[in-house]
Write a protein that binds this ligand. Structure first.
Ligand code: FE2
Length: 286
């Protein structure tokens, strides 16, 4: 009997390491808000950054995953990250087992303009939940094209004790800081118990025959002029609408934000940073 693999979700941080405690973050507060009720499947998909392109509003950067093993650019020796992954958009090799998955999307800066030649370095577990720490199976890097687009061909990663299903990635615009984060799958039971899980990092995943197609747009914390003419919009963000930080919302409540209407999925107290487009676990666009 292999009792060592009894699942102990939520007991440890990333990859068996204790999670770093750095005070009460927005992510932790969100978890508290979500703890009382199950996280639902987000029907209709997760909002993508590209959807905000018409609003001229600054985007919310993709969060860093504070998982205790994120190496800084100078410290690349995380438990499972390895530098010098091969340049390739497909992690599939002859005989690769597992459900085929494509992950595609765009890399944007704060003004929702695509970033060409951004580096994306992916690494993930195999179908059995194991990382290749000797070779480079399920590791690879690529660069966004002129439109800021990327596409990864891989498999749905397997589960391993203590974590929900995820894909690791580092994203870096040319000459900018590295974003180290993880992508998650909607509808995973362990999303409710993984202490690192962040709903802002959920991919849109849909079934395509026997395969799955995931989409996610990264927003790097890179300042950009809001339009090619260089005219700043000026002033604070004023998305408009009835949504307001500090309000207690109940399931089913409807608000408007940035010209769209959203329905509340989870009771919570709204706060800055939890604007409806940013937290698909809390708000569904209707
Ligand atoms: Fe991992």
């Amino acid at each position: 009997m292999d009792d060592d693999h009894v699942q102990q979700d939520g007991q440890d941080g990333q990859d068996g390491q204790p999670e770093q405690r750095t005070g009460i973050s927005r992510k932790k507060l969100l978890k508290v808000a979500l703890a009382a009720v199950p996280l639902p499947m987000v029907l209709g998909g997760v909002a993508l950054a590209r959807d905000a392109r018409t609003t001229q509003e600054p985007l919310v950067p993709t969060p860093y995953c504070d998982d205790g093993d994120d190496p800084t650019p100078q410290q690349t020796e995380g438990p499972y990250f390895k530098p010098n992954s091969p340049l390739r958009t497909s992690l599939l090799e002859p005989g690769t087992k597992g459900t085929r998955l494509t992950v595609s999307g765009y890399v944007f800066g704060l003004a929702c303009r695509p970033i060409a030649n951004a580096l994306l370095d992916f690494w993930q577990a195999d179908v059995n939940g194991a990382y290749d720490n000797v070779g480079f199976r399920f590791r690879g890097h690529q660069f966004t094209d002129a439109n800021g687009a990327f596409k990864l061909e891989t498999i749905v990663p397997g589960l391993y004790p203590g974590r929900t299903r995820h894909i690791h990635v580092k994203v870096q615009a040319p000459n900018q800081r590295i974003l180290t984060t993880q992508l998650y799958f909607p509808g995973e039971p362990r999303n409710q118990t993984d202490s690192i899980f962040n709903p802002a990092l959920l991919m849109n995943v849909r079934q395509d025959g026997n395969a799955k197609q995931g989409t996610f747009d990264f927003v790097l914390n890179v300042r950009q002029q809001p339009n090619p003419t260089g005219e700043p919009t000026g002033g604070p963000s004023q998305p408009g609408g009835t949504w307001a930080a500090g309000t207690d919302y109940k399931t089913g409540d409807q608000v408007t934000y940035g010209g769209d209407t959203y329905r509340c999925l989870q009771p919570h107290t709204a706060r800055a940073g939890w604007e409806p487009p940013s937290v698909p676990a809390l708000w569904q666009r209707v």
